[in-house]
Design a protein around this ligand. Sequence first.
Ligand code: MF3
Ligand code: CO
Ligand code: CO
Length: 262
Amino acid sequence: MTVTIKNKEDIQKMRVAGKLASEVLDYITNFVVPNVTTEELDRLCHDYMINNQNTIPAPLNYCPPGHTPYPKSICTSVNNQICHGIPGPKVLKKGDVINIDITVIKDGYHGDTSRMFYVGEPSIQAKRLCEITYESMWLGIKQVRPGNFLGDIGFAIQSYAEKNGYSVVREFCGHGIGQVFHEDPQVLHYGRPGQGMKLQAGMIFTIEPMINAGKKDIKMLSDGWTVVTKDRSLSAQWEHTVLVTENSYEVLTVSSGTPKPF
Ligand code: MF3
Ligand code: CO
Ligand code: CO
């Protein structure tokens, strides 16, 4: 496990990348409406990143071991899709919930963030799942400080999700991030207080819990990327990129449209 500790210059560049990633989400918000397709959302974000921000969409052709190259610039995961949904001809309809996950590269540094969006009015159950997931991400973020442990983050998320009758996806986790998209450490969204790696100032990682309304089990679709709930229950996810500061944390993926902290 080799965790990179970021210096002042790295951190400044990560602030810039994080803000830009968040600004893509601000930009796309008003386009998430009934009858839009996920590939239209992809094209809008792609063009915004390339033409407006001069950033690189990190997902495009991203090819971790055991995968085929990811074919699009963003991830769009709808309803029972947990993560890594590939934009396509799917038409969004009233009542859908969708996670849009943006990773940009600016000046060699990555900013990675996602939010949930409602297409029209959500059902009471869908709204509750999205809110509890948002709150669980924030309870995890609030555990970030030097001397605390990765297990404190996982425990805060898991205990809150399970107390509310939901389950935590185990197969995917948060990750260190910087000049590399996915680096050590792995940030599990479940765990025990005091367990796992001790946090140090200068670490940067994502916290991105995937919470299912039903059971935690997953299934991979035949496209090799889209992950869905095995029991077809709804799933939600939020993601921020977070810096460990000298005595607490700094969320790097912030912009004017970032929802208020919980
Ligand atoms: N942005 C995702 C994450 O939070 C990773 C997407 S990889 C892709 O880690 F290839 F699916 F885009
Ligand atoms: Co991430
Ligand atoms: Co992401």
